[in-house]
Design a protein around this ligand. Structure first.
Ligand code: DGJ
Length: 744
């Protein structure tokens, strides 16, 4: 018996509601097409929602002769087509054998399923108990072909989120070409929105931008073969008065790691059409008889508690019902990675020196980064030869792993499994395994080429190499990197009419390798990475519960990167490390405290040669590690709240509150120091008004007082003028951490 999904047989209306949100649409009686009615905060159920219908006679093309209100241009839709009276961007396009693209999909039947079916070959949210969600499958049939489209809508109990996807099934004997297959389309009745999205580049990922929507089309996308540094597969539509804490926000997030399109189209009647899915540019799929095409899943979130409300819904869903496996709920190990410590220049002795010191200070995992395999001494060679370099590591990976474990550390290893360097054994054996167009130039990125993961034998070959290492050496963690984009896309294994499939098949190949590795080695913790955050997306999160957020480890730059990333992704997924000064990306000098205070809000780790640090800093590092161990459960599993944005302020602030509200940690960061400063306060959020909290063990404040009056940030020098003059020299890049715990 369905509790959250209702179908009214008389009015042909679907109402999906869990008491928090409502999603409403109907079947139009005359044409059997789907008409969208509402998505937002829950509204009470009615036996008839016909009063929501709006029809004006407008100059337009109409579907039905004699009927002047049957134009699809003026009807809000669920999964629109182009060419039969709607002139906006469609959710799907199919090219018929005759060459036209005119389809006519009509409601055929529907099923209401308890729980949520899995998506074959694709990452998706899931449930652990059947009563956590209900799924509506609406089957549309095309009048002009034997294709049916299955639209899936999952509503989750207790979450303000709906997961959507579409499946195209060819039930006939002809072949068709799918030229566009979006995961969702959603028509809003007005255009009173601003568009929020995340953009960036290498070393400055996930910067937040917010601009009013315009009449016309605005889009963010990727055509690079990865979700990319440039744009994240996410956008939000927010009301102009929406803040971090108040107002409506609609978040759209695609569970996919390849080319995507997130588009908003506002027409001249002020209808806003939001769309999300695989980028139709450079996409086509030959739908053969009896075959099906499943789109990736898109998640839409509604919030009436501002952007923080939206983020918290994404965090909870993605942390607990997208990420999976043994590491999902476990506290993540504090790691040290040798990349910025040594780059390619290391040997076993150097690695063990770093590891020894790290173990003494409380680090839990040592990660050996790039440069351990083949003849890799710089970035010009060896990718694809996944066997150790015995000059650097005379005892091999196996021997090194044993020594690292003997220090009571876990051992992690870097791979870049999708890449190939020329001159390698792999290249000599399989010169045709790289993505290239025969007879045309193939561009390199960081001197390397991309393996054709659309071919199962290529994925098999790399699996065999990784398996050989994983089955003989004790490896607890993998950092899976990907350091270039795909150009000259082509697969020699596919016929010319299927070349539009390569980008998507490539990503399916990547997912299948993840799947195989985790199947065989379920204890593995995988951290995804793509030159930093070029594939920080929900698709990866399904396999790798954490991702390296950026190659920029500067604490100040990280404020923006981590703030932006937190719009969608939980802290448990944000790889964040303390690195050396002067910082390797921007040369900035920040204190060890500030570097740690920023890195705490993520998975936390180190990425520097700690053997070169002064003893004094080692003592500090030990304190930081102890602090993080004590609080990481709260940080990684609590509710994260953004308080002040680095994009608009000199001061950034954020906090995490435990689920039971008995504890919280606040991070406050001031980029530039201020002379003769004003008194400043920081109003906290998410605490329990009646609880008495101890702040940094020396002050007692009630929750309401901390949320209404705020933390007092200025020092208190009453009767201590001399202290004032002798206080530590004020510098830029200051930060403070406040730990709040309920007084017992
Ligand atoms: C890019 C990654 O983001 C870095 O952390 C490091 O692993 C290098 N690649 C190694 O080549």
């Amino acid at each position: 018996m369905s509790k959250m999904i209702t179908f009214n047989k008389e009015t042909l209306e679907f109402h999906l509601t869990n008491g928090l949100i409502s999603y409403l649409f109907r079947v139009i009686e005359k044409t059997s097409q789907l008409e969208h009615l509402y998505f937002g905060k829950a509204i009470r159920h009615r036996d008839n929602f016909q009063y929501l219908l709006e029809r004006e006679i407008r100059p337009s093309n109409n579907q039905i002769e004699g009927d002047h209100t049957s134009s699809l241009e003026h009807i809000r839709q669920e999964y629109p087509s182009y060419g039969t009276t709607d002139f906006r961007t469609p959710a799907q396009q199919i090219r018929y054998p005759e060459g036209d693209r005119i389809s006519d999909f009509r409601y055929d039947h529907h099923n209401i399923l308890v729980g949520k079916p899995a998506l074959t070959g694709l990452p998706a949210t899931y449930v652990e108990n059947r009563d956590e969600a209900e799924t509506l499958e609406v089957v549309l049939k095309d009048t002009y072909s034997d294709i049916s489209i299955h639209l899936f809508y999952t509503i989750f109990a207790g979450r303000k989120a709906i997961a959507r996807s579409a499946k195209f099934v060819n039930n006939g004997e002809h072949e068709y070409d799918l030229e566009s297959a979006m995961s969702l389309s959603l028509d809003f009745p007005d255009k009173n929105f601003e568009l929020v999205h995340l953009h960036g580049a290498w070393a400055r990922e996930n910067h937040m931008e917010r601009k009013p929507v315009i009449t016309g089309i605005q889009a963010v996308s990727s055509a690079r073969g990865a979700s990319s540094h440039q744009h994240n597969p996410f956008m939000a539509l927010v009301r102009p008065d929406t803040t971090e804490h108040t107002g409506q926000a609609y978040g759209f997030s695609l569970i996919y790691s390849g080319n995507f399109l997130a588009q908003v189209e506002v027409d001249t009647y002020q209808v806003t059409r939001a769309m999300l899915g695989i980028n139709p540019f450079e996409f086509a799929w030959r739908l053969k008889p009896t075959e099906a095409f499943q789109t990736p899943e898109a998640v839409i979130v509604f919030s009436d508690e501002g952007l923080n409300g939206m983020s918290q819904t994404f965090h909870e869903l993605y942390r607990t019902r997208l990420a999976r496996g043994e590491w999902r709920d476990r506290e993540r190990p504090i790691l040290i990675n040798n990349w910025e410590a040594t780059y390619f220049d290391f040997n076993e002795e150097k690695i063990l020196d770093i590891a020894k010191k790290a173990a003494e200070l409380g680090v839990e995992l040592f990660v050996l980064d790039d440069g351990w395999f083949g003849e890799r001494h710089d970035d010009t060679s060896s990718l694809g030869d996944w066997f150790e370099n015995k000059d650097k590591l005379p005892n091999g990976i196996k021997g090194l792993a044993e020594k690292i474990h003997a220090l009571d550390l876990k051992f992690g290893l870097w791979f870049e499994p999708e890449m190939i360097s020329k001159g390698t054994k792999l290249f000599n054996e399989h010169p045709d395994w790289l993505i290239h167009v025969p007879g045309k130039r193939t561009s390199h990125g960081r001197n390397q080429f991309v393996l054709d993961y659309s071919r199962p034998e290529v994925v098999d070959g790399i699996f065999a190499q990784m398996d050989a290492l994983l089955s003989t050496s004790k490896i607890d963690y993998i950092k899976w990197d990907m350091n270039r984009y795909i150009s000259e896309v082509f697969s020699i294994a596919l016929p010319k009419e299927q070349q539009g499939e390569v980008f998507h098949r490539y990503i399916l190949g990547v997912y299948s390798l993840y799947e195989r590795l985790l199947d065989k080695y379920p204890h593995l913790l995988i951290e995804s990475c793509a030159g930093g955050g070029a594939r920080f997306d929900p698709g990866m999160l399904y396999y790798a519960p954490q991702a390296w957020a950026s190659d920029d480890t500067d604490a100040v730059e990280r404020l923006k990167i981590q703030y932006g990333t937190s719009l969608v992704y939980p802290l448990s997924s944000i790889g964040s490390h303390v690195s050396a000064i002067p910082n390797h990306q921007v040369g900035r000098m920040t204190s060890l405290d500030t570097r740690a205070n920023v890195a705490y809000f993520g998975t936390f780790g180190y990425e520097l040669d700690i053997t070169k640090m002064p003893e004094k800093e080692h003592a500090k590092m030990k304190e930081h590690i102890a602090f993080f161990k004590k609080h990481r459960k709260l940080i990684q599993q609590g509710t994260f709240i953004r308080l002040q944005s680095p994009f608009t302020n000199n001061e950034t602030a954020w906090m995490v509150v435990s689920q039971d509200k008995t504890e919280a940690i606040v991070g406050y960061y001031e980029v530039l120091a201020k002379p003769n400063r004003p008194y400043e306060r920081l109003q906290l959020k998410g605490l329990e008004a009646d609880k008495l909290y101890t702040v940094n063990s020396d002050l007692e404040r009630y929750g309401d007082d901390l949320m209404e009056i705020g933390l007092i940030l200025a020092g208190n020098y009453i009767d201590r003028a001399s202290d004032y003059w002798s206080r530590e020299h004020i510098t830029d890049y200051n930060s403070k951490i406040f730990y709040l715990t309920e007084k017992q």
